[in-house]
Ligand binder design. Sequence first.
Ligand code: BV8
Ligand code: ZN
Length: 235
Amino acid sequence: MEQARKWLDGASRIAALTGAGVSAESGIPTFRGAGGLWRQFRPEDLATPEAFARDPLLVWEWYDWRRRLIAAASPNPGHAALAEIERRAGAFALITQNVDGLHERAGSRCVLKLHGDIWQVRCTGCGAEKRDDRTPLPSLPPRCECGSLLRPGVVWFGEPLPAGIWAQAEQAASGAEVFLVIGTSAAVYPAAGLAWLAKSAGAKVIEINPEETGLSAAADVSLRGKSGDLLPLLI
Ligand code: BV8
Ligand code: ZN
């Protein structure tokens, strides 16, 4: 912890990659942890264009359930600590795989959402995109005024990440002096690759996770614990 604090205090360019683990203490189940399942489905079965094409109602029931959970949740001290780091650092980029919007609700301003936003909906017909934060949604699956199905404004498996946001994330990772990897199992690419990019560009990598992950090998320091406990201690 002392070493991590020293690196953080001495850095002016910092970046962080967060995953579902930072929202776990807000009561949002992680994808691959114990509570991550929904009915008998795995996220990889539902978060795909094929699943949506096959059964848009089932996929929307899952998202509507998650939206209600998120709406009832609050940011936790880990989210707040990351907003504080942004205020203190010379340059800070918060790169998140999460779609729950809790970083913004905690006060983070520059959030690069690699996998989209659960509060956005996009028309599969006319492409219209808007924010719709009603929970529950009045009818499932929701439809656009044009009559076509609306889909969640998130990135599914097999879909490309938003090009502009990905480019900003790569730039932030390769320019960071310290790269924090928080609450991610590092199972999903290309997001997880950002830690290796940061490391190859000379950053000190600090991992915060109760468990070992695929990125522990890249970490210069691994803090084994909950982000809601450790991030406030770190700052
Ligand atoms: C793409 C949005 C190309 C939707 C999500 C084979 C090998 C390698 C890669 C692939 C492969 N086959 C396919 C791929 C590519 C695929 C992929 O990586 N698959 C994986 C499963 C193998 N990736 C893609 O498809 C990506 N797109 O590659 O496109 C392309 C290019 C051009 C043109 C066309 C295509 C798109 C990936 C995005 C998928 N969308 N979510 C939604 O949310 O509904 S991914 C989903 O997983 C979430 O975003 C989630 O954030 C993300 C990663 O999971 P984590 O965040 O890490 O969460 P997880 O539960 O896994 O782990 C939680 C961690 O927290 C644990 O480590 C736990 O210990 C820790 N924790 C728990 N409590 C705490 C804690 N930590 C701290 N504090 C606590 N209290
Ligand atoms: Zn439409």
